[in-house]
Design a protein around this ligand. Structure first.
Ligand code: CA
Length: 280
């Protein structure tokens, strides 16, 4: 019974945030949430939102760079039952950037309320420790490579609208050849590529080599998601001279990885090579 109630609550919060993100309902149809002592902190690529509510319950913080449009959600870190002290975490916000946010809240008896929209600015040094994730080339088989069963499940675009197996097509990022490159068709920070494997693996590390056109097309930061869309981390690149390897905070069991650009020098972003390594 208690478990069912949590499922209903969580579903209610998800639906409320979905509706909020689409702006399909009038704000007056929801209770107004008042929060106390809201605080933002920034560390190791994470933004943490702390606040207190009058009633115990669950909440989400909807976040976006445009007023009324919330593309991201800061979720509660391991909630154990309804509570008043809230601790919501989100990865991968841009440094020194102004964001709009709104808090969705649900009490244990199912009442949903929402805060007014407000804004905050992320700190300069939010990403300062991310580079620590870089590692030496991992041992083992590169399961992203076409020869090892890697395949493109989707891509934001290919330059010249070519197919994946032509020059500038997405396959060029997983062909093991440093002389070939996948280039998007001007996708800039919106470029993404989804790489499937021949099986499910426990992925521990990956390598990423951004392409560059000197003053454009170079990826600075990107995030990685598993097959369920769960974000596995945000990673920063240091230049385009070579492939750079990263380890995941914890191995991810998945049959694909999706790489999404967060920050770049714009234009025809893409990758020379992407490699993925599972645990043995
Ligand atoms: Ca290549």
């Amino acid at each position: 019974m208690k478990k069912n109630l949590w499922i209903i609550l969580i579903a209610a919060i998800v639906i409320a945030s979905y509706l909020a993100s689409l702006s399909m309902f009038s704000q007056s149809s929801l209770g107004q949430l008042n929060v106390e002592g809201i605080r933002f902190s920034f560390k190791d690529g994470k933004t943490v939102v702390n606040f207190t509510t009058d009633q115990p319950g669950f909440c989400q913080v909807l976040i976006g760079t445009e007023s009324g449009k919330y593309q991201r959600v800061a979720v509660e870190s391991m909630p154990e039952g309804p509570h008043r002290e809230h601790y919501n975490v989100i990865d991968g916000l841009e440094p020194n950037t102004s964001y709009f946010y709104r808090i969705n809240f649900s009490t244990s008896d199912g009442r949903i309320s929402q805060s007014k929209e407000n804004r905050f600015v992320t700190s300069e040094d939010i990403i300062s420790n991310i580079e620590n994730k870089q590692v030496e080339k991992p041992n083992g088989i590169n399961i992203a490579n076409i020869k090892n069963g890697g395949k493109i499940l989707g891509v934001s675009s290919n330059y010249g609208n070519v197919s994946n197996d032509q020059q500038w097509g997405a396959n060029m990022a997983i062909d093991g050849n440093p002389a070939t490159e996948w280039s998007s068709a001007g996708d800039g920070d919106d470029a993404w590529i989804n790489i499937g494997f021949d099986n499910e693996y426990k992925v521990k590390a990956f390598g990423f080599w951004t392409r560059t056109m000197g003053s454009s097309a170079e990826i600075n930061r990107f995030r990685v998601l598993d097959a369920d869309g769960v974000e596995l981390g945000v990673f920063s690149l240091k230049g385009a001279e070579q492939i750079q390897y990263f380890s995941l905070d914890k191995p991810a069991t998945t049959n694909s990885l999706r790489f999404e650009v967060l920050d770049s020098t714009g234009g025809n972003t893409g990758a020379v090579e992407i490699e993925v390594y599972p645990e043995k």
